[in-house]
Design a protein around this ligand. Sequence first.
Ligand SMILES: [Zn+2]
Ligand SMILES: [Zn+2]
Length: 310
Amino acid sequence: MLTRLLPVALALGLSATTALAAGPQLKGQAPGWYRMQLGDFEVTALSDGSINLPVDKLLNQPPAKTLKTLHDAHLDVPLETSVNAFLVNTGSKIVLVDTGTAGLFGPTAGRLLDNLKASGYTPEQVDEIVITHMHGDHIGGASSTAFPNATLRLDKRDSDHWLSAEQMAKGGDEAKPIAAVVKGFADAGRFKPFDGSAGGVEIVPGVKAFPAYGHTPGHSNYVAESKGQKMMFWGDLMHVAAVQFPNPAVTVQFDSDQKAARPAREKAFAAAAKEGYYVAVAHVSFPGIGHLRAAGKGYDWLPVNYSTNR
Ligand SMILES: [Zn+2]
Ligand SMILES: [Zn+2]
């Protein structure tokens, strides 16, 4: 067929490529959600979008070392970094783990609500919003009006720290919007911080909080477990997969307490590799769900196998 059309195209003065390459490039991406089963639970990874990070300047190791590792992984700076959140439907409760940026980090992120709706859920269905920590790319999208039936849960060490007079005075672009988020829920009687220091605070049956302090004073991991299947939600336990999986000792400037953040990460990596459960990570390439496998002094990241979720 093509060979028969070719003389016609040539007669019209068109090259074969011109005749066959019709239409502008479209840009954009498929809606950012990915669904899988975890025992009886359904987990939906939700993309808030991505942000460009100058990770060579943010990681606490020589920039040239970071650049070499990135280049070896066919990556570059600024590194386009996913911002992921996760919806867990236990069958009786719907829990949203982190909420994205709500545009605090520019127009390439802030898409969580759109993607939640595209995935078939509504914000009204969310019962609990659990926050790993109060950085703007995790709590920014929490809104008491957008999620009219949800309770906001997080470790009180984070709210005590970030809402303190000292932190508010230091300001920063994130301080006021984050305080407004919490105030919205508190005014509606739907802000319930917890003391997670002992570990195992139950959010809803099958979902618990565990302390992973260091990145922020109250940084928490959440665990969903059903029928022997387990997924741990890591928040900002790590930021740059290409660097920190092979070398978990590398800290990042975002860490409030780098001395605590490093062992928290190393402990979590070791446990995940040993026990073989799923981990779901905020800043690993979407959907950010996978397994860890010990490799030398570090770990390989094994992204979740694609599923049509039959
Ligand atoms: Zn953070
Ligand atoms: Zn983050």
